[in-house]
Ligand binder design. Structure first.
Ligand code: SPV
Ligand code: MG
Length: 432
């Protein structure tokens, strides 16, 4: 019996996939190379279902003989390993982002003496259109909560952007750009204390309470499915932090980040311009432990944020704290700095990685914004948070439109810098 290789994600089973499986089975035994989460995550959004769930489904489809993991986006390593007689693929890869993948497959099949079967792509039904339908159905708190840990497992660097209302959340949820053979998007949402406060006309000093922030967060939860990381400021008193953890976890938030400061908290980007006091290692460890005890699941993450470099302290102080916080149970370390070069963060990451290879490291490159993601990743960072850009982009645009109306005493000119009425009416499904 000949072997026919078929690579697939199989996150959503649809007639197009059944069709290709059936076509494949006409030529021999169907060997499905099922793409793992990490094979996919660099190129496309993460599947809704885990690898094990997808495997169970595909194994039970008639005409599938065997399912093996495909650990890479490219089919080539598996083709060389399993040496199938044929590989089957839809003809949608002749042009477009999968073109290079096809070229590599042609060479690999020549090398192993096999051939390629291309079948007409099933029009009208595909994973992308079903993906849109799934987004409309939404998610559950449990699935959303777990998704950050899944992403950390699947991707070397998880990309997070700030949202302070549902509209920002929708942008993060749905914006995708095709860059070469990769489909780029944001992996999740940062609920920032700075932008939550600023959008209410309040200073970033823990003046907006959890209940109020949860009301806004609820709007984001309602129209998105991606994981959310909550900026918990100092976490408040340990006794209060326990309730915060429970509330966030119950709502499907994936992680809270608390910073090791005490007293009246001021925004970190002031650095030493304002008085900011760091907690002692012991008291902050106690807060982490209290939070960990309060959490119901192992999936919810408590990430310790180190403010040594913000408060004028040394890298070795930051490292000492990181190790103590990890010992106390922190599920991740965020290191912050307002240095423009990023060299202090780089050094910290290297030193921490020498001591601990596994703990997720979070960076917030607001000031060292010239550093590309690829480089942050090479330092050992696992999560990059773009912490305030949606608000900072919106505010000047609003001031510009308001100024134009005042200047012109009419709105024709402002209209030119605004989105068309038709577009805003169609922006949110169901407005009509
Ligand atoms: C926030 O976004 O509120 C943060 C990050 O805590 S920073 O503003 O840089 O302190
Ligand atoms: Mg903050």
């Amino acid at each position: 019996m000949k072997i026919v290789y078929l690579g697939m994600t199989a996150d959503i089973m649809h007639p197009g996939l059944i069709n290709i499986i059936n076509e494949a089975s006409k030529h021999g035994e169907v060997l499905v190379g099922l793409l793992t989460d990490s094979a996919i995550a660099h190129y496309k959004r993460m599947p809704y279902l885990t690898y094990e769930q997808r495997k169970m489904i595909v194994e039970n489809v008639r005409n599938v003989s065997r399912v093996v993991p495909q650990e890479e986006w490219s089919y080539v390593p598996n083709l060389l390993k399993y040496k199938p007689d044929y590989i089957i693929h839809g003809d949608d890869w002749v042009e477009g982002p999968l073109k290079d993948i096809r070229e590599d497959v042609i060479k690999a099949m020549e090398q192993i003496g096999g051939s390629i079967i291309e079948i007409p792509y099933t029009k009208g039904i595909n994973s992308s259109s079903l993906d849109r339908d799934i987004k409309v159905i939404g998610t559950t708190p449990d699935v959303r909560l777990k998704s950050l840990r899944r992403l950390l497992h699947a991707k070397p660097l998880v990309r997070i952007l700030e949202a302070h209302n549902g509209l920002c959340g929708l942008i993060i949820e749905s914006l995708e750009i095709q860059k070469g053979n990769r489909l780029l998007s944001f992996d999740g949402i940062w609920s920032s204390s700075l932008t939550d406060s600023t959008s209410k006309g309040k200073p970033d000093i823990e003046a907006v309470d959890l209940t109020t922030r949860m009301q806004d967060l609820n709007n984001i939860l309602e129209c998105t499915t991606k994981p959310i990381i909550y900026d918990g400021d100092t976490g408040g008193k340990p006794e209060h932090f326990a309730f915060t953890v429970r509330t966030l976890e119950r709502n499907g938030i994936s992680a809270v980040i608390i910073e090791d400061k005490v007293g009246l908290k001021k925004n970190s980007l002031f650095g030493t311009e304002v008085a900011q006091q760091q907690a002692t290692i012991e008291e902050f460890c106690e807060k982490i432990q209290t939070g960990k005890r309060a959490a119901i699941t192992d999936d919810f993450m408590i990430i310790a944020r180190i403010e040594s470099l913000i408060c004028g302290g040394t890298i070795s102080n930051a490292l000492e704290r990181a190790l103590a916080y990890i010992d106390a149970g922190a599920d991740g370390i965020m290191i912050h700095s307002k240095d423009k070069s990023g060299s202090d963060i780089k050094e910290f990451c290297h030193l921490l990685r020498e001591k601990n290879t596994a703990i997720p490291i979070v960076v917030v490159p607001t000031t060292y914004n010239s550093i590309y993601e690829q480089e942050l990743q090479s330092w050992g960072a696992n999560i990059v948070i773009y912490a305030n850009h949606m608000l900072r982009a919106a505010y000047p645009a609003m001031v510009k439109a308001a100024t134009s109306i005042l200047n012109n005493e009419r709105s024709t000119e402002a209209g030119e810098i605004c989105m068309p009425i038709k577009q805003i009416l169609e922006l949110i499904p169901g407005t009509k």
